[in-house]
Design a protein. Structure first.
Length: 352
């Protein structure tokens, strides 16, 4: 099997019939949009520029003589890390996700609307939510408001109650993306010799990471949690429910980037969110409020929530998907210890 292309030239050689989204080619973009019927015959393209700091996809804000909207292309690599291959089919699954939530007015109001889907080129056209800021500012000391916390929990409550017959679950299996995520959450960070130099990120971090990698009880439990992640479940999950997928807009909090969605255990979405509230130094009372505001469709396995939160903390500290956090070695070492406690002795949650 040939390696996936990582440049425009390689991409166009491999996929000559597929449109390559490029902000620098306005003439080609205008022709593409007219041919797709995504802009009208008299509508003129005025510009296109980067929209947000997404990791997975190439995303543009397109401005015309009449409006603006977002274009998002899934390429056979991770946009932020081009050396990592990723399935282009994620765009099709995400498109199905937007179609599914559109049936619930309250859920739909929390996400951009789907305007179009080009399955051949793996491009989504989405409603522009306007000038917005993602919640990665939480990692720099900002505090999540109680109303925002309630809104985030309410979104998951509604999403996890979405209906799911066999056909729908199959449409959201998303196995290739789950395999990619499984590697980078449950496996790669704990590989003893993975070639990832943590000392280059935080001097001295290799040592506490190595200690965790040698903890066979921790390794075994994380492996079991990874196997659970790969199994199908009953709840429709967002799949990447962290501050980078939450937007602060003029119309309130919105949720984006559902390319990792699948039917699985609701504890996964909850665990990921709780992990990031810990990593963003949010107060314990706010984390408890988030869990208390969530309305489960079935009794939650609270220990599983905290175990999955512990795994997410670990992978964000010693895995590839680093966060814009400013913790020193002592703080990161303490968080890795917290991860171990969450995974091995969850007890309904671990106080910091």
């Amino acid at each position: 099997m040939l390696p996936e292309p990582q440049t425009r030239e390689e991409f166009q050689q491999r996929y000559p019939a597929v449109y390559f989204l490029d902000a620098g080619d306005l003439a080609g973009l205008a022709a593409y949009l007219h041919n797709r019927g995504w802009i009208g015959p008299e509508e003129r393209l005025r510009g296109a520029g980067k929209a947000g700091e997404g990791n997975m996809n190439y995303t543009l804000r397109v401005t015309t003589s009449e409006r603006s909207f977002i274009l998002k292309q899934a390429r056979p690599w991770v946009e932020k890390y081009p050396h990592i291959a990723a399935p282009r089919e994620r765009a099709l699954v995400e498109g199905r996700f937007y179609e599914a939530v559109s049936a619930d007015p309250e859920l739909a109001a929390m996400m951009p609307g789907l305007l179009g889907l080009d399955a051949a080129s793996h491009i989504l056209a989405l409603e522009d939510l306007g000038e917005a800021q993602d919640f990665t500012m939480l990692y720099q000391g900002a505090a999540l408001a109680e109303a925002q916390t309630d809104a985030l929990a309410d979104y998951l409550s509604k999403l996890h109650r979405s209906p799911g017959d066999a056909d729908r679950k199959n449409a959201f299996a998303n196995r290739a993306m789950r395999a990619l995520n499984h590697l980078h959450i449950f496996e790669f960070p704990l590989q003893l010799e993975n070639g990832f130099d943590l000392d280059a990120i935080t001097p001295g971090l290799n040592e506490p990471a190595r200690s965790l990698k040698l903890d066979q009880g921790y390794i075994s439990t994380v492996k079991s949690l990874g196997e659970l992640y790969l199994r199908d479940g009953d709840a429709l999950l967002h799949g990447d429910y962290f501050p980078g997928s939450w937007l602060k807009t003029a119309r309130g909090l919105r949720v984006i980037d559902a390319e990792f969605c699948f039917y699985g255990p609701p504890e996964f979405d909850l665990g990921v969110a709780i992990a990031h509230l810990h990593l963003a130094n949010q107060r314990v009372g706010l984390i408890q409020r988030f869990l208390g505001s969530y309305r489960p469709a079935r009794p939650l396995h609270h220990e599983l929530v905290w175990q999955l939160a512990g795994v997410e903390i670990m992978r964000r500290l010693i895995g590839v998907a680093q966060l814009p956090i400013q913790f020193d070695l002592e703080q990161k070492t303490a968080l890795l210890k917290l991860s171990r406690e969450m995974v091995l002795t969850p007890r309904q949650g671990v106080e910091r």
